[in-house]
Design a protein around this ligand. Structure first.
Ligand SMILES: *Cc1c(COP(=O)(O)O)cnc(C)c1O
Length: 420
């Protein structure tokens, strides 16, 4: 069941203050979830949640994470810059490498971030750019299918991420030779997984590999990073992931794998932390009846790409009509010249009139941040619904000048309102 805890009046009052469309985030909800993940892993010494910046890269949100004792998971130069500007340092930054420029390793190294290598070839890049730190993390790809019980939950064998097991063994020995003293092991094997067995199953894979690698290389394990992937109930018939049961499940696996303790557990949740605490608020502006009934809204896929990109379901409610019968079938569309620009397809909803305020649920992670500018459409504002019940603009909407800003080299710049 999506998060229906905020009454329509919260969205209506926000829409009086700010032009639609905008994303609204609940400060209280985000703080509650940050506290809950820490409670779920309270058994673990040195537990840390590194919030995945890419899910919701707004400084106002990252500051809340800092206040709640979370670190940040970064994987680009601009994400590192955000972390740095907000005073995150050292162990509170995890930097997950990929096919990225060498300079980003250097930047992460300067901040003292924990660098999570994606491949054996990264060892040489790390040595050359940041130097080999005492604690280094490696990303593991066990290959094949990732199963929970008999169900296939992911396909690591097709994923671009991580070292194979033999490469880990070789890589860790190499790192040890270059001065590393201890290692962390990381893997991300399934995305948006609401099964409470996901983290415990993943932990089983990682704990076993970490122990064996530690024996083979005579290097201690500093931590195991379970990464992201814990899911949220986008659909009304889905249950919320019981995060306390997830923590309990990991503890049971941990106790057997590391009876003497001493190994920390880390997480890098994005979606679970903020997804249900964000909503895209948009207004119905058009009606069209052809082969289907269409409602056009003032948001489009540039404001929320998941439905267009993955066919993802996002729950939609109509302000003031939550209890009305869903006796109309609509496609809810944006204004892009792209037929996949639909927030809902053949969805039963209450009758929608022009001017109605629609709330698209679960946009707090991978929502605004996946935005783009196709068709010259502009990114929306972001509003924080504070714990005091006030609204704070935490990002203004883009203007045409923002869209044209990188054309400052063109003779038309001035006519477009851009300084040359
Ligand atoms: C995207 C990502 C996450 C967060 O994933 P969620 O599905 O939002 O939990 C965590 N770690 C890494 C390395 C990622 O790329």
């Amino acid at each position: 069941m999506p998060n229906l805890s905020l009454p329509d009046s919260v969205f209506e009052a926000a829409a009086e203050q700010f032009q639609t469309p905008f994303h609204l985030y609940s400060e209280e909800g985000i703080r509650r979830r940050a506290k809950l993940i820490q409670k779920a892993f309270a058994w673990c010494p040195d537990f840390e949640e590194y919030f995945a910046v890419k899910a919701l890269p707004n400084p106002a949100i990252l500051r809340i994470m800092k206040e709640e004792g979370c670190g940040l998971d970064c994987s680009s130069e601009t994400e590192l810059m955000l972390a740095e500007a907000l005073g995150f340092r050292g162990r509170d930054i995890m930097f997950s490498a990929n096919a990225m420029p060498d300079a980003e390793f250097a930047h992460a190294g300067r901040l003292g971030a924990i660098i999570n290598l994606d491949d054996i070839s990264h060892i040489e890049i790390l040595e050359r750019t940041a130097g080999i730190p005492e604690t280094v993390c490696c990303r593991y790809n066990p290959g094949g299918d990732f199963r929970i019980g008999t169900e296939i939950m992911g396909n690591p064998g097709e994923a671009k991420y991580g070292f194979m097991y033999d490469q880990l063994q070789e890589g860790l020995l190499k790192l040890k030779g270059l001065g590393a003293k201890r290692f962390g092991l990381h893997a991300f094997l399934s995305s948006n997984n609401t099964d409470t067995a996901y983290y415990p199953t993943l932990a089983g894979v990682l704990f076993k590999a970490a122990r064996e690698l530690s024996e083979a290389t005579r290097m201690p394990v500093a931590f195991v990073n379970l990464s992201g992937g814990v899911g949220i109930p986008y659909r009304p018939d889905q249950a919320e992931t019981d995060i306390l049961a997830v923590g309990e499940g990991v503890w049971q696996v941990y106790e057997k794998a590391f009876p003497d303790g001493g190994v920390a557990v880390k997480t890098e949740l994005g979606r679970w932390m903020t997804g249900p605490e964000g909503w895209l608020v948009t207004r119905a502006v058009r009606h069209k009846d052809t082969y289907r009934h269409y409602v056009g809204v003032d948001a489009c896929a540039v404001n929320l790409m998941r439905p267009a990109m993955y066919g993802a379901y996002h729950h939609i409610t109509v302000c003031g009509k939550r209890d009305d019968p869903c006796d109309h079938i609509y496609d809810i569309t944006g204004c892009l010249c792209e037929n996949n620009d639909k927030f809902a397809i053949q969805r039963p909803l209450p009758e929608i009139k022009e001017g109605d305020l629609l709330v698209i649920h679960d946009t707090g992670a991978h929502g605004f941040s996946m935005g783009y500018n196709y068709n010259g459409r502009l990114r929306s504002a972001e509003v924080l619904y504070t714990k005091d019940g006030t609204y704070r603009l935490i990002r203004r909407a883009e203007t045409p000048a923002d869209y044209f800003a990188t054309l400052d080299l063109d003779p038309a710049a001035e006519a477009l309102g851009v300084k040359r």
